[in-house]
Design a binder for this molecule. Structure first.
Ligand SMILES: *[C@@H]1O[C@H](CO)[C@@H](O)[C@H](O)[C@H]1NC(C)=O
Ligand SMILES: *[C@@H]1O[C@H](CO)[C@@H](O)[C@H](O)[C@H]1NC(C)=O
Length: 259
């Protein structure tokens, strides 16, 4: 996986380490340029070599975790830059009309902040299964503190309230499991799921705030907005990972690539 992470780094940033952790030379790839047949040949040889090394070592030495952590941290540094460059921090949130039982609330001009604070949580691990000839990398990514804001307009019979909704979600942890199959030279996403969905808090400010209406809004909106933000965050993590896996598979299977 050391090598794979290096590929990942190269593919996403067109920057590149020169040597893999096992000392193999890594060609310098740029995602925007097609690889020559010689490059591909070199890459396949490199992976075959790495595979032999992994099989001989039977994995699980302590140092591999530290190395993968370092690569992952560097990769995430680049992901942060990509998030900011693509205008994903802040992210606009969709307008919503929510039935709060006693009336309805319209949410507009929503914004989610701090998605670029993505970090590694705990040590990443790798393991190799000789039977299936698959390498697995597992990591937990976290967003420690995301903030969001919406304008609200609530109508309950003849009462009308407007103001801002301020939200805070702490400790979102996402478990990511990636695999590489040495039979087919294919990388795949095994799973991406929430290990901890985080703790959410919302407060309201504005004119004419009436306690019992605020309570009704709070109850309904907390759940709805928590789900909405989790789906957005999952997408923010999933899209670059899928793109990366596709890019890597394309490198190994340039002609047969369909998906
Ligand atoms: C989100 O970021 C924008 C731009 O940096 C800032 O104006 C806004 O106040 C932030 N909102 C929150 C809820 O932190
Ligand atoms: C929720 O709000 C309270 C009081 O403002 C604060 O102490 C707490 O840290 C917040 N929790 C989260 C998860 O944002």
């Amino acid at each position: 996986m050391k090598t794979l992470i290096i590929f990942a780094f190269c593919v996403t940033t067109s920057l590149c380490f020169i040597k893999s952790a096992t000392g193999n030379e890594i060609p310098n790839f740029n995602m925007d340029e097609a690889l020559s047949p010689e490059d591909l040949q070199k890459l396949e040889e490199l992976v075959a070599k790495e595979k032999d090394i992994w099989e001989k070592k039977k994995l699980q030495d302590v140092s591999s975790s530290a190395i993968i952590d370092e690569f992952l941290d560097r990769l995430l540094e680049n992901v942060k830059v990509i998030i900011i460059k693509n205008g994903i921090d802040p992210t606009s949130l969709p307008d919503e009309r929510v039935n709060i039982g006693i009336g309805h609330t319209d949410l507009t001009e929503g914004q989610l902040n701090d998605t670029s604070t993505i970090q590694r949580y705990e040590d990443a691990t790798i393991s190799y299964d000789e039977g299936s000839r698959q390498l697995t990398a597992e990591m937990v990514l976290r967003f420690e503190d995301l903030k969001f804001i919406y304008k609200y307009h609530t109508k309950v019979t003849i009462i009308s309230m407007t103001g801002h909704l301020h939200g805070d979600i702490e400790h979102i942890h996402i478990h990511v499991k990636l695999g590489f199959d040495f039979n087919e030279y294919k990388m795949f996403v095994d799973s991406i799921d929430f290990k901890h969905t985080g703790d959410i808090n919302i407060t309201f400010s504005g004119n004419g705030a009436v306690d019992w209406i605020i309570n009704a809004m709070s109850k309904v909106l907390t759940t709805i907005l928590h789900d909405l933000i989790l789906s957005i965050v999952k997408n923010i993590v999933e899209s670059p990972i899928n793109a990366l896996v596709d890019a890597i598979n394309k490198i190994f299977h340039p002609t047969s690539f369909i998906l």
